[in-house]
Write a protein that binds this ligand. Structure first.
Ligand SMILES: [Zn+2]
Length: 52
């Protein structure tokens, strides 16, 4: 598996590690946006809006 998440905020490509599972939270290394993995095949994800 060599899937990539495109950060919805800054368009950085974030490579997923092989152990990524549905429900995992990926953090963008550039802007800190958190992305939740909804599905792996096909890859679906959504930005997590953090309430402050
Ligand atoms: Zn980002």
């Amino acid at each position: 598996m060599n899937e990539k998440v495109i950060c919805p905020d800054c368009q950085t490509e974030i490579e997923l590690i092989e152990a990524t599972m549905v429900g995992d939270i990926i953090e963008c290394p550039e802007c800190g946006t958190e992305v939740e993995i909804l599905s792996l095949n096909p890859l679906k994800y959504r930005e997590l809006i953090e309430e402050k």
